[in-house]
Each structure stands twice: as structure tokens, then as C-alpha cells.
Write a protein that binds this ligand. Structure first.
Ligand SMILES: [Zn+2]
Length: 406
């Protein structure tokens, strides 16, 4: 970056280290700098596109939608990234969730973080049983007990119990690989392909419970939070999302461990969340999809990546049209992460991305793109592919009753 450009953007050298808080807007400064642009802080920079391009409002999905990745509840207690209680904290009421669902043509929401035992039973009663056909709940492993003797069999048995209690699949947070340690929150990190989980993965296969698994994170989260980092603003806002340095494995080491685990359990169906968590590298995700027929993906919080490489993405959707599902990571009142806050606006962006060929639009309902300063291009999927992604693939994977077109 030349000195001139640096001055024009008003970025103090220190502000890019992630150690300084960017200065808030200064009205006087803004007014006085209107002629030269001097003094503008990066956080205040909100360029408006001058492109005159069509803007399609997609208020309702063209076909019914199953959102396979939402969070309507979380563990009431957790420490250092490890959920520690079966009890749930509720992020919404079913009634509130149903309002958005009915307006947007969302047939079913899958609440992935349903917990275990009593917490799971509460989640199933509160959502699935109270509103049949609208909500499904996944269970989660007992991470807090993973270091106890007898855990492998205990966890496999728990899967059976969770299945009887109404769980439709297993959710694995990025806790595995990045947070869970030998003494739960202390000691060395537990490996993703640790043998103690083998009976759990096998039980999921036997019970036909798909595993929704979040492994690793965007590539930029493993790099320094510096001026070369394409997600600098996001990491600056959430420094705890950085896995650079310390004792963290690299992104590739995490994905390799995941792949060894996929290979060992061919009868178990895995939904590798967030486009297999390497949407920056669709060639690599494709390689994995080719190698593991038991691997599926969903889109949650990655339309920002898919939408800035629309030609590669379109090919990816065409090639793997039977193994891609609709997901958002929608979290009610998750206002700190605009790319996944459960709202009408969020779904309208996803539908616009999948259904239209609109160009250069925001991937999240916020003034400043929250994950990185770029915009996206619609894929304009065919009706046949759209139906598969919206609901047909999920219906098949979860063994649901067929859904007719609305
Ligand atoms: Zn999620």
C-alpha cells in the first residue's frame, strides 16, 4: 500500500494490528474532510455501489425450505468453548420462530444445538412436539464426560437414548478439534479422529442419524490478524475467533483429521457444515466430496464466499446437487453476527443468492459487510437444483415425509 492511499483512507498504521480500537466517527472531522476525504476511519467507510443493476426482491422462497442449520437453544453453561450442561438457554419461542417461517416459506427448522438428556427432551417438547412437522432437534455429545473411563460405550448408548427421545441427528460443534482438551478445558487438545468417538460415529450410522459437523473455520482465522488478513474487521471485532498460533493445529491438519474419521465410518452420513468449512477452496471441497460419498454440505454463513466466486459455485452446485443442503446458522437475536441473525432479511438474501442472477449485492443484512469487504453475485439455480437444495436432499437424508410444493 502506498503512503498516499494509506493517508487517503486515514488508516493509522497501528489500527491494522488489531491492537487498537478504531476511532468512532467524528462529525466535525467528517464534515471538514468531505472535500479531501482526509480523516476517514476504516470503520466509518461505507461505500455505496454506483452500479445500476437489477435488484430482485425475493420475499418468499420459490419452493418450501428446510433450514438444516439453526440454533434455537444453547447449553446453559459452557467454559472455554466447551458446552457443560444438558440444560438449555432458549433463544426464541416457537411462536416467534414460526412468524418468520410462515412469511418466508420455511417449512422446517432444524435446531442443531439440542443438548442431551433432560435438555434434549425439553427442546423436543418445546419445539418438535408442540408444532409437529415444523421443527426437528439434534442431540450433542457429552463433551464434559469425554475423559471419563467407559466414555466410548456410554456415548454410543446415549445416542440410542437420544434417538428414543426424538433427536434426529448429532451435532458436533467446532469444540472438537479446537476447544475440547484432555481434562475438558485443560491439557492437550483432543483430536478429531480420536478412537474414543468411534462407537459414537458408528451408532449414528446404525440409527440413521446424520452427523452435522463443524470442523475448523475460515482459512483467514488461522492467519495473523494483520493488514493482509481478508477478514481483518471480523477478527478485530471477535478476536476470540482467531486460531492463529498458540497450540492450535492448522486448518489443514484439522481437515485431514476429519477426513480420516470420515473414511473410517463409511456407513455414517456426515453433513460437513459451512460448505465443509473450506468454501474458499471449492476445488478441495470437491476433492473431499469425490473421496467420501458419505459427505454432504450445507451453505450456512458462507454465501459471502460462494457468492464472490459465482462461476465456480454454480459448477459446484450442479455437480453435487444431490448432496448440498440449505442452511444459514440462523440464531435468533444473534445481533453480533449480522450474517446469521434469524430474520426475514437474512432469508431474503439467501433466496436472492440462490434464485436470481442479481449482481454485486450484500451477503448480510448490515451496512458494513461483517465477514469481509466484498459483495456477491446470484447463482440463478435451475428449478430442479433449487428444489433439491431447498428441501429434497434434506428429506432424503433425514428420512422425512415427502414435502409437496406449496
Ligand atoms: Zn452453527
Amino acid at each position: 500500500m502506498s503512503m498516499n492511499r494509506r493517508t487517503a483512507l486515514g488508516i493509522a498504521a497501528g489500527a491494522l494490528t488489531g491492537s487498537l480500537k478504531p476511532e468512532p466517527a467524528n462529525a466535525e472531522q467528517t464534515a471538514s474532510s468531505a472535500k479531501t476525504g482526509e480523516g476517514l476511519q476504516l470503520t466509518d467507510y461505507q461505500p455505496r455501489s454506483m452500479l445500476h443493476v437489477p435488484e430482485t426482491k425475493v420475499l418468499k422462497a420459490r419452493y418450501p425450505v428446510i433450514d438444516v442449520h439453526t440454533h434455537l437453544s444453547f447449553a446453559a453453561k459452557s467454559a472455554k468453548g466447551v458446552p457443560l450442561s444438558p440444560e438449555r438457554t432458549w433463544l426464541t419461542t416457537p411462536e416467534e420462530a414460526l412468524g418468520v417461517m410462515d412469511r418466508k416459506n420455511l417449512r422446517i427448522l432444524i435446531n442443531l444445538t439440542g443438548g442431551q438428556a433432560g435438555g434434549l427432551r425439553d427442546a423436543v417438547a418445546r419445539f418438535d412436539r408442540a408444532h409437529p412437522g415444523r421443527f426437528l432437534t439434534f442431540t450433542e455429545p457429552w463433551w464434559s464426560r469425554a475423559s471419563e473411563p467407559g466414555y466410548p460405550q456410554f456415548q454410543a448408548d446415549e445416542l440410542q437414548r437420544a434417538h428414543s427421545d426424538g433427536a434426529r441427528g448429532l451435532k458436533v460443534l467446532k469444540t472438537l478439534g479446537l476447544y475440547l482438551r484432555e481434562r475438558t478445558t485443560e491439557g492437550p487438545l483432543v483430536k478429531i479422529d480420536d478412537r474414543r468417538f468411534d462407537p459414537m460415529w458408528e451408532a449414528c450410522g446404525a440409527l440413521k442419524m446424520p452427523v452435522a459437523i463443524h470442523i475448523s473455520d475460515p482459512e483467514a482465522f488461522f492467519l495473523p490478524i494483520d493488514r493482509f488478513n481478508e477478514r481483518w474487521e471480523e477478527l478485530h471485532n471477535h478476536p476470540d475467533w482467531s486460531f492463529h498460533g498458540a497450540d492450535f493445529p492448522s486448518n489443514q491438519q484439522l481437515l485431514d483429521a476429519r477426513n480420516r474419521m470420515f473414511a473410517r465410518h463409511p456407513r455414517t452420513q456426515f453433513v460437513a457444515l459451512h460448505v465443509g468449512n473450506d468454501s474458499e477452496n471449492l476445488a478441495y471441497v470437491s476433492e473431499c466430496m469425490d473421496k467420501f460419498p458419505n459427505m454432504h454440505v450445507e451453505l450456512a454463513a458462507r454465501i459471502g464466499e460462494l457468492g464472490r466466486q459465482p462461476r465456480a459455485s454454480k459448477k459446484f452446485f450442479d455437480k453435487y446437487q444431490d448432496r448440498i443442503m440449505f442452511g444459514t446458522d440462523a440464531t435468533p437475536h444473534g445481533d453480533k453476527f449480522p450474517q446469521q441473525v434469524y430474520s426475514d432479511a437474512l432469508y431474503e438474501i439467501y433466496f436472492r443468492f440462490l434464485e436470481t442472477e442479481d449482481e454485486y449485492f450484500n451477503y448480510a443484512p448490515s451496512e458494513i459487510p461483517p465477514q469481509g469487504r466484498w459483495r456477491i453475485y446470484g447463482l440463478g439455480l435451475s428449478d430442479a437444483v433449487l428444489k433439491k437444495v431447498y428441501y429434497e436432499n434434506a428429506v432424503r437424508l433425514l428420512g422425512l415425509h415427502p414435502i409437496g410444493t406449496a
